[in-house]
Ligand binder design. Structure first.
Ligand SMILES: Cc1ncc(COP(=O)(O)O)c(C=O)c1O
Length: 405
């Protein structure tokens, strides 16, 4: 009763609701709504059952194919047996369990930092990091293609907020020169950009941060398990050590759990443990999540062949698209933007691929520029060569039909 009464109100909330209702309805009626589909089953790491149909998964963040790994599943089950399903509240009060401390020690070791601390999502970890580090008197500089959670953190912090052109170090330097020399500066970037799959120019970034006395934070959501010979991330990729002040990562992509972490010096992490609002006022991640995450970091080190396989698959996947004539921007990783043109081209491309059993999703404006709507195809270590090649022939047929290639 109340919900329908609300709908009748003549205000801006109702107008927004109606806009979305009409947009979704139009998408459904015209076969271009692909979001919020329900996956019923996962088969062998690369196949999913959706609406009674088996499809090849090419939209997963599980880069090393660790979802369902026996050691990780066993760790999560054992944690439930030992601690139960929940915690006793926020981390600072009664919510910290031994498994949280063990996970944070594991992350600090993996990321080669003094300490680490975890939060309930990757999104909230970025908001936390920026809002705890900078305030109104300070300045934050952010790459134009940084993840939305970084942008939200920058805006919420109240700090002066400048965006530099994507991965453009000359533009970053211009921004750094514009800032009052007395201000404290934080520079934030993604290690691997989540929509384009390209890698930040870390060596030049470090040089600039040192030159201008700025702090550097790097979001490794898409680089853990992906970059570096042994999957330890962006520093390993460039052969650098301890050049990043704050390393952020999520526990929801390569690591098949949920949550996020910050890793850095003991003093920096101690500050987060006492003044970061989502640590002080929000519940701890569950024992099963923490145990699964801890076991996942161990598996990455115990099974380095997965990292090598991912790299080989990514190379093959990108080459396949390029050889067909698709524009894949500057990607070098498992995230491959397959540029389609306008939003409707991306929708139609996704529709044709899904009809042929390839589960891949369109990314449209405003998430990406209007003329750069795309499929965001991802490959994992779990895909076989044959699966990739079969999907490639589906992409080819769809691309030719729509005149994209
Ligand atoms: C670069 C980046 N940072 C942070 C996040 C947020 O992580 P989570 O999904 O674990 O909240 C994402 C998620 O897509 C991401 O791509």
């Amino acid at each position: 009763m109340e919900a329908s009464a609300n709908k009748l109100k003549q205000d801006r909330i109702s107008a927004r609701m109606l806009t979305w209702r009409d947009r979704i309805r139009d998408g459904r009626e015209n076969n271009y709504y692909f979001y919020n589909q329900i996956i019923d089953e996962l088969h062998g790491g690369t196949r999913v059952m959706i609406d009674g149909r088996e499809m090849q998964m090419f939209a997963s963040y599980s880069y090393l194919g660790l979802i369902g790994h026996p050691k990780i599943n066993a760790a999560a089950k054992a944690a439930i047996e030992k601690y139960g399903s929940g915690t006793h509240g926020v981390r600072m009060l009664a919510g910290t369990l031994r498994i949280h401390a063990e996970l944070e020690e594991t992350i600090a070791r993996f990321k080669n930092t003094e300490k680490a601390v975890t939060f309930s999502s990757g999104y909230i970890t970025n908001v936390t990091a920026v809002t705890t580090m900078v305030t109104r008197e300070d300045v934050v500089l952010s790459d134009k293609l940084n993840h939305a959670s970084i942008v939200d953190g920058c805006m919420l912090s109240g700090a002066g907020f400048l965006r530099f052109r994507h991965n453009d170090m000359a533009d970053l330097e211009i921004c750094l020169q514009r800032v009052n020399p007395a201000a404290t500066i934080l520079v934030v970037v993604d290690a691997v950009f989540s929509m384009d799959g390209d890698i930040v120019n870390l060596p030049k970034l470090v040089e600039l941060c040192r030159k201008y006395g700025a702090w550097l934070m790097v979001d490794e959501a898409h680089s853990i398990g992906v970059l570096g010979k042994t999957g330890h991330g962006i520093e390993e990729h460039f052969g650098l050590e301890n050049v990043i002040d704050l390393k952020m990562g999520t526990l929801s992509k390569t690591i098949p759990s949920a949550g996020g972490y910050l890793a850095g010096s003991e003093d920096l992490i101690q500050m987060f443990r006492h003044s970061a609002r989502p640590f002080v006022f929000s519940a701890a991640i569950t024992p099963a999540q923490a145990a699964a995450a801890k076991a996942s970091f161990e598996v990455i080190e115990e099974e380095p062949e997965r990292v090598a396989k991912l790299r080989e698959n990514a190379r093959h996947f990108i080459r396949g698209f390029k050889d067909l004539g698709f524009n894949t921007l500057q990607t070098e990783t498992a995230i491959v933007p397959v540029i389609c043109g306008n939003d409707m081209s991306a929708y139609r491309m996704a529709g044709l691929c899904q009809e042929e059993g390839v589960f891949v999703l369109p990314i449209v404006s405003p998430a990406v520029p209007e003329d750069l709507a795309r499929l965001r195809a991802t490959v994992t270590a779990a895909h076989s060569r044959a699966e990739i090649d079969k999907a490639m022939s589906v992409f080819e047929r769809a691309g030719r039909k729509l005149g994209i290639i």
